[in-house]
Design a protein around this ligand. Structure first.
Ligand SMILES: C[S@@+](CC[C@H](N)C(=O)[O-])C[C@H]1O[C@@H](n2cnc3c(N)ncnc32)[C@H](O)[C@@H]1O
Length: 296
């Protein structure tokens, strides 16, 4: 089983994480194993990696992808929010670097059954960790129009948030909103045709993004993990984060800046972006931003 996910900014990650022989690194979002594999190959296996992911399916693919390096990598299911506990459980006190490649992978987005994409009809699920109880369908069914509107506005930056939320609440009284198609139909009704057709992105993109972030508590996880991770990295070790939208990047920037000169040194004074060549080959890379800091 090979990973369908193309890892983003691999050369940049190798440069800014600067992995060295004999050291130990945490790949907090191992996904299909692309970045871990690049590190292992660069150092010819003379390195240890702890690879974490919330998604069982991703871990299965990573396990197959990294079979050759099975002795160098520990793969385990977990939320990077619990990084310090995971390290204690693995008997690791400090590491030499931590990598986060945020968001979702093609393993999830390209799976029609998981409800992340408005392009496929599927139950409104959107859980990265399928052991979690709460799904997007629960939110759409149970939250008030005010609560939904707030989520769509804050996490989707959708101008029509309030109207979509009101339409949803009205519509669900008539029939349940249980699938991606049910939701797309409501969004289509709520956002005026001239706005829908005038947008560069699909009119459902922002609402889907907002629900996904809320279901998986993505922003809280990033903040909590970054707050503890700097204490888990040895002096001169590095923390690298790739983010894919402004809400994620804002948190990374804030948490880095708060500690700059006092615990860490920010290495990427200007955010690092993928080359035009990479974006051409892998359009998913277009919104990626890499930040790196070194522990003082
Ligand atoms: C962009 S993908 C990583 C791809 C990976 N770097 C590669 O090269 O294949 C992001 C991964 O992070 C995982 N993830 C998202 N939130 C997480 C969290 N809070 N804890 C652990 N893993 C998480 C997702 O399941 C997904 O597999």
């Amino acid at each position: 089983m090979t990973s369908p996910h193309i890892p983003v900014m691999v050369q940049e990650v190798l440069y800014w994480l600067h992995p060295e022989e004999g050291n130990i690194y945490v790949d907090c979002t191992v996904g299909g194993g692309g970045h871990s594999k690049a590190i292992l190959e660069k150092l010819k296996g003379k390195v240890k990696i702890l690879g974490i992911d919330r998604d069982e399916e991703a871990l299965k693919i990573a396990r197959a992808e990294l079979k050759r390096h099975a002795r160098q990598i520990i793969l385990r299911k977990g939320n990077f929010r619990d990084l310090s506990v995971i390290l204690v459980e693995e008997g690791i006190e400090k590491v030499d670097g931590v990598l986060y490649d945020l968001g979702l992978s093609t393993i999830q987005l390209g799976n029609p059954g998981r409800g992340f994409s408005f392009r496929y009809d599927a139950p409104l699920d959107m859980r990265v960790d399928r052991g979690q109880f709460l799904t997007a369908a629960h939110l759409v069914k149970q939250l008030s129009a005010e609560e939904l509107g707030d989520i769509f506005f804050r996490l989707g930056q959708e101008r029509w948030a309030k109207r979509v939320a009101e339409f949803l609440v009205r519509e669900r009284r008539v029939h349940p909103i249980e699938t991606t198609s049910d939701l797309v139909k409501v969004i289509e009704k709520a956002i005026p045709a001239r706005v829908r057709t005038g947008r560069k992105i699909h009119y459902a993109t922002k609402i889907f993004q907002a629900l996904r972030i809320q279901v998986n508590r993505e922003l809280e996880n990033i903040r909590e993990s970054l707050i503890c991770c700097f204490n888990l990295v040895r002096r001169k070790g590095r923390v690298c984060v790739i983010s894919y939208h402004s809400l994620e990047d804002k948190i990374v920037k804030e948490e880095f800046r708060k500690r700059n000169g006092d615990g860490i040194n920010i290495l990427t004074k200007k955010v690092i972006k993928p080359s035009q060549e990479e974006i051409r080959k892998n359009p998913r890379a277009r919104s990626a931003k890499l930040r790196s800091a070194e522990i003082r």
